[in-house]
Design a binder for this molecule. Structure first.
Ligand code: NBP
Length: 482
């Protein structure tokens, strides 16, 4: 008997997932390109456990029971293709490769086709939860051929995070759907993080709340049904961390320049390609981009002065308004992410179950939150829901709190504090709820300069008109003047 599972790539994620698989009773072989990494792992965290270390891919493959199940956790992009190409000649029909990295979904589509064409099987599996999730139970988003998924179901349901209504894993759908859903999950994560950052900025820069007070506020928010979540919890923790060198709150010493890696940008790109509006997530990616030009901002801050206003309101009232604005904005952000998944599902034939998608994010992953129960419930009640804003769970809440949300966005503008994701969310809400938008004028301009034609409100949809905008007939303003 060989090992029932194999894992390639012993960096942060691979090492912790390997320990998780072993702890759940599956004998596992491991391989890493650089042998010293494997040696170190075996001498430390893997010591005394049911691991087989291998030092060539040949040895690795031969150590596994057939059909083989091999999880690769290497850097996304070229390294994944490199490992697949090296593995392919060593494998037998029916063997399965699972890519657990943050691969671009179009790469996964290609790999599923290429690999299945030679009689092997391939699963593209999004893994969320970072180091801690990988070790103790991540949220897993596997996509590919369903029969292939069923063969690893008993393993992935054990290693995933467990919540009240089951393990945080489900068969997502065909092709690159698992990585698509993981990408949008990360886009939503960008949105959540930016919204929290803006709430912090308003409370600190307008309300002048200290780190200790911010710790209290976020701790209290984390007890609420609406905001209770991993990200609010770690934010509360962050505010209480004191730097041992200086005695100051550590958060105040951290440089305000954030990076943005593949998945946030990819979410924006796919949304633009599919024509789905995700302004909050776009704002979150943009906010990181502008934060990264720190030196330029410091120079500009000396020349471009904003308003000089002093806050004279009640700090507790401000805290409550910001909480409401955060929650309303968060609903809008998820509405955008879920709308994107809905459109991709139709466009790419993924046949996604949006309620089940929300359920598997309830544990293990970075966006885990009590709030996801409401989303699951909304889709269980109406799988064809056009937008989360219309779900009974969210509609009344937003209507009840919109005044506070508007106050916060107005106040931020008065004080010169940027709140790109709060205001993008509010714009999304106002655009979605208005039956008339000014794009009649846009269409008129397009027809004027480019003869693009337009539809009319007094004629059936699909019937296109064109006007001769330059002709001065009696119906133009100039013609009706006298
Ligand atoms: P990294 O993304 O840093 O990748 C390092 C691993 O890739 C090492 O094992 C390295 O081997 C291996 N590797 C590289 Br680089 N090029 C290779 C090649 N040509 N052939 C074989 N192996 C190669 O690791 P990670 O942070 O553990 O992430 C793994 C995947 O999981 C990534 O796709 C990542 O985006 C995703 N992910 C990460 C997190 C997180 O919190 N870190 C969360 C969720 C998903 P070596 O030791 O020989 O250099």
């Amino acid at each position: 008997m060989g090992q029932s599972f194999g894992l390639i790539g012993l960096a942060v994620m691979g090492e912790n997932l390997a320990l998780n698989v072993e702890r759940n009773g599956f004998p596992i072989s491991v391989y890493n390109r650089t042998a010293s990494v494997t040696e170190k792992f075996m001498a430390t965290r893997a010591q005394g456990k049911n691991f087989k270390a291998t030092y060539t891919l040949q040895e690795f493959v031969e150590s596994l029971d057939r059909p083989r199940k091999i999880l690769i956790m290497v850097k996304a992009g070229g390294p994944v293709d490199a490992v697949i190409e090296q593995l392919k000649p060593l494998l037998n029909e029916g063997d399965m490769i699972i890519d657990g990295g943050n691969s671009l979904y179009t790469d996964t589509e290609r790999r599923v086709k290429d690999i299945e064409a030679v009689g092997l099987r391939f699963i593209g599996m999004g893994v969320s939860g970072g180091e801690e999730g990988a070790l103790n139970g991540p949220s897993l988003m596997p996509g590919g051929t369903e029969a292939a998924y069923r063969e690893i179901e008993s393993i992935v349901t054990k290693i995933a995070a467990q919540v009240d209504d089951g393990p945080c894993v489900t068969y997502i759908g065909p092709g690159g759907s698992g990585h698509y859903v993981k990408m949008v999950h990360n886009g939503i994560e960008y949105g959540d993080m930016q919204l929290i950052a803006e709430a912090y900025d308003i409370l600190k820069s307008i309300g002048e709340l200290s780190a200790a007070k911010l710790h209290e506020v976020f701790t209290e928010w984390n007890t609420t049904d609406e905001l209770n979540s991993f990200l609010i919890e770690i934010t509360a923790d962050i505010f209480k961390k004191i730097d041992s060198e200086t005695g100051q709150p550590l958060v105040d010493l951290i440089l305000d320049a954030a990076g943005q890696k593949g998945t946030g940008r990819w979410t924006v790109e796919t949304a633009l390609e599919l024509g789905v509006s995700i302004p909050t997530i776009i704002a979150a990616v943009n906010a990181r981009i502008i934060s990264s030009i720190k030196e330029e901002r410091v120079a500009a801050s000396k020349e471009l002065l904003g308003p000089s206003v002093k806050f004279e309101g009640d700090a507790n009232e401000l805290v409550n308004k910001v909480r409401d604005a955060l929650y309303c904005s968060k609903i809008c952000s998820y509405a955008q992410g879920m709308a994107l998944l809905g459109k991709a599902s139709k466009e790419f034939g993924y046949n996604l179950d949006l309620g089940e998608t929300a359920r598997i994010w309830k544990g293990g992953c970075i966006i885990r939150a009590g709030f996801l129960n409401k989303i699951k419930h909304a889709y269980d009640e109406n799988p064809d829901l056009p937008n989360l804003l219309l779900a009974p769970e969210f509609k009344q809440t937003i209507l009840d709190r919109q005044a506070a949300w508007r106050d916060v966005v107005m106040m931020a503008a008065q004080f010169g504090i940027p709140v790109p994701a709060f205001s993008a969310s509010l714009d999304y809400f106002d655009s979605y709820r208005r039956s008339v938008l000014p794009q009649n004028l846009t269409q008129a301009q397009r027809d004027y300069f480019g003869a693009h034609t337009f539809e009319r409100v007094d004629k059936p949809r699909g019937e296109f008109s064109h006007a001769d905008w330059m002709a001065a007939d009696e119906r133009t303003l100039a013609g009706t003047g006298s």
